[in-house]
Design a binder for this molecule. Sequence first.
Ligand code: IMP
Length: 177
Amino acid sequence: MNSKAELHVLFDRHEIETAVRRLASEISKDYRNRNPLLLGVLRGSFVFIADLIRHLDFPLEVDFIGLSSYGSGTQSSGKIKVVKELETPVRERNVLVVEDIVDTGLTTAFLFQHLQRLKPASVKLCTLTEKPSRREVPVNIDYLGFTAPDKFLVGYGLDANQKHRNLPDICYLEGEA
Ligand code: IMP
C-alpha cells in the first residue's frame, strides 16, 4: 500500500448514527417477535452490528461467520473461503446477514449459497454500505445504510490491510495504489 494515501471523511459518525437508527427501525418492524439470528460477517461488520443491536429492543441472537475474499491488498481475489464457521444451527431460523460493505457482491452471493444449504426459514441482507458501480453478481439488499462511490473505504470496522478499523467515521483513501 502507498504510505502517502490520505484519509478523507465520507460519512461522519453523526450520519452513521442516523443511518443505524433508521435501519434498526426498519428491521424492528420486520423482525419483532421472530427471534431472528443476526449473522455478522467478520471482520468488517463487528462495529456496525454492535451499534445496530443496541437499537433493537426485542429478543434476538447474534453469531458471526468469518469470510475472506481479499488478500493483503485492496483488490478482490474473487476467491471466497470460510475462515470461521457460524456456530448456531440456522435450520428454520430467520437469519439477517449483517455486512459492512457489498462491493462486487461475490462474498454475499457465496454466503447466501452457503446458508441456503443449512435450510433457514428466511435469509435477508442488511449492509451498512454498498458500491453499486463495482457489482459483478446481483445481490438483493433488504436494508441499506449508504450508497458509496467507487473508492476504497476504511473506518467504522472497515480496514485497509487490517488498518483503520478503529476510525469512528467512514473515510476513503486517496492516492492509494
Ligand atoms: P465483495 O465480495 O467484493 O462484495 O467484497 C466484500 C468484502 O470485501 C467486504 O466484506 C470487505 O471485507 C471487503 N471490501 C470491499 N470493499 C471494501 C472497501 O472499500 N473497504 C474495505 N473493505 C472492502
